[in-house]
Design a protein around this ligand. Structure first.
Ligand SMILES: [Zn+2]
Ligand SMILES: [Zn+2]
Length: 221
């Protein structure tokens, strides 16, 4: 209901038809991921047969990432920190339609949890919205399997060599996952350390498949 009253492009604020989110120009400029690792789905800036994760220790099985973290995607995710109206949330839901992931096949669709302090500060957690929307689309429920154990700094606030340490043992389980297929959901991937840490915990507790769905991947990290 709320959507029909908005008639400005989410990217540039020019007038558009009611019910649309983006003008033709902004739709054409969406930073879609084109090249991916054949083995795991990791977005590649240049075409290659395999990514650096697949040659080191990774615990997730496959990544679904539709966008690069730039342009209208970056703006939308940044805006959510300050504004969280229907328009912002509906736009995020619209963007999840660009993900093809057969979510119906998973036992659990679960967000990477934010620490409650961060959740309180920001009021809204994009990973929750994305997970709920994907789950809903496939007639499933979002289930919170993971819990953050301690407050971790944002990954981008740290030097590259400290990022492993920052997320190590940062999560714990709230549910039995033995033998289950899990789709782990987040909004932005930086190095992938956070997802990998979550996947490692899930796998070591018996999950048989852990795929990740992330809305966007940062380019300069
Ligand atoms: Zn536009
Ligand atoms: Zn790979």
């Amino acid at each position: 209901m709320n959507e029909i009253f908005y008639s400005e492009c989410a990217g540039c604020d020019t007038k558009i038809e009611p019910g649309k989110y983006l003008c033709r120009q902004c739709l054409g400029a969406l930073p879609l991921v084109v090249e991916t690792c054949e083995a795991c789905g990791y977005p590649l800036e240049v075409s290659a047969s395999c990514c650096r994760n697949c040659s080191s220790s990774k615990f997730f099985d496959y990544l679904f990432i539709p966008f690069w973290y730039k342009g209208v995607i970056k703006e939308a995710l940044k805006n959510l920190k300050f504004r969280y109206g229907y328009r912002e949330i509906n736009f995020l839901k619209y963007l999840t339609n660009f993900v093809e992931c057969r979510a119906g096949d998973y036992d659990f669709i679960t967000p990477v949890p934010s620490h409650f302090i961060r959740k309180f500060r920001r009021f809204i957690h994009p990973a929750d919205i994305i997970a709920s929307n994907i789950a809903e689309k496939y007639g499933k429920k979002k289930v919170e399997i993971l819990k953050r154990r301690k407050y971790t700094k944002y990954q981008w606030q740290l030097k590259k060599n400290m990022r492993h340490v920052n997320v190590r043992k940062a999560f714990e389980l709230r549910k039995e996952v033995k033998g289950s297929k899990i789709l782990l959901v987040d909004d932005i991937m930086t190095t992938g350390n956070t997802l990998n840490e979550c996947a490692k915990l899930l796998k070591s507790n018996g999950a048989c498949i852990v795929d990740c769905l992330v809305l966007s991947k940062g380019i300069f990290v």
